[in-house]
Ligand binder design. Structure first.
Ligand SMILES: [Zn+2]
Length: 283
């Protein structure tokens, strides 16, 4: 399974790295049993949205996986553009299953730092609503998160998570880069959010647009503003550096449990758009 230089490799699985595995080399630093071979690193590809972020290609127990660090976000590239570059490459590669991860602030008062959540739905308060690819599809967002990947992540998290694991939760998406104000968190709490982060949207839309299944695993790194107590930078840093390996173990364990079949119904939730230019001309 060697890699041919310059080409987007055909791959069925992708891991979108976020803040919870940022402090280690994924997957090389993860002591997960099995056969793991890194085939190529620093792979960038030209896309209609600009040069892609650098990918790593590896095989893990016979599965080929593309991964990218920190959602492909990088200095000098707007986050929306970075997401388009990333998902354009995943689509060209033929990716069917995507696992993403990150750190979140706890809005739900029952949560505490180091809890792990598998998001089941989201509230999008980001401003970047027009981040898509070619727009050929009408995207239904019921079952936004793949139930099969969620199940695999939940089982994997029960084995490797540092603390409690929740198999559902509503993820509120904000733009950042700053955290939210106490009044914003109070608003999100009233609207039903359990946690707050910055990456689930537009990833969840773009995954649907390319016909891939998507799910994510997040670790609570802090209380959101105004919840329980002020968060401490020390604890945030401790989780960032010391829980990365467990989060990476959860991802590899979940990958190991998945296959490429999509009986879950996720790909059927994108429909061909009726708003074609040629339709308009016929009227
Ligand atoms: Zn699915």
């Amino acid at each position: 399974m060697a890699y041919k230089a310059g080409e987007i490799p055909p791959v069925e699985y992708a891991v979108i790295g976020g803040s919870s595995t940022f402090s280690l080399r994924f997957p090389e630093d993860v002591p997960f049993p099995g056969e793991l071979v890194v085939l190529a690193t620093g792979l960038t590809f030209p896309t209609p949205y600009g040069e892609s972020p650098p990918f790593k290609l590896f095989t893990f127990n016979g599965k080929k996986v593309l991964t990218v660090k920190m959602h492909g976000w990088r200095r000098g590239v707007p986050r929306g553009k970075a997401s388009q570059q990333l998902f354009w490459v995943l689509r060209e590669a033929g990716v069917k299953k995507i696992i993403s991860e990150g750190g979140v602030g706890a809005i739900n008062h029952l949560l505490k730092p180091r809890d792990v959540l598998i998001a089941s739905d989201y509230l999008d308060f980001s401003m970047r609503k027009d981040v898509g690819l070619e727009g050929d599809y009408l995207l239904a967002m019921r079952q936004a998160v793949c139930p099969v990947i969620r199940g695999a992540l939940y089982e994997a998290a029960q084995k490797h998570a540092p603390g409690r694991v929740f198999d559902r939760g509503i993820y509120a998406v904000t733009d950042g880069r700053h955290f939210e104000s106490p009044a914003e968190i109070a608003m999100l709490a009233r609207l039903g959010a359990d946690m707050v982060g910055q990456s689930m949207c537009p990833e969840v839309y773009l995954a649907r647009e390319i016909g891939a299944c998507y799910a994510r695993v997040d670790i609570v790194t802090n209380y959101a503003e105004g919840v329980i107590s002020d968060w401490s930078h020390e604890e945030l840093a401790d989780i960032f550096y010391h829980e990365a390996q467990r989060m990476a173990m959860i991802i590899l364990e979940a990958l190991d449990r998945l296959d490429a079949s999509q009986d879950c119904g996720c790909p059927g939730l994108r429909y061909h758009t009726l708003l074609k230019e040629d339709n308009r001309e016929q009227q």
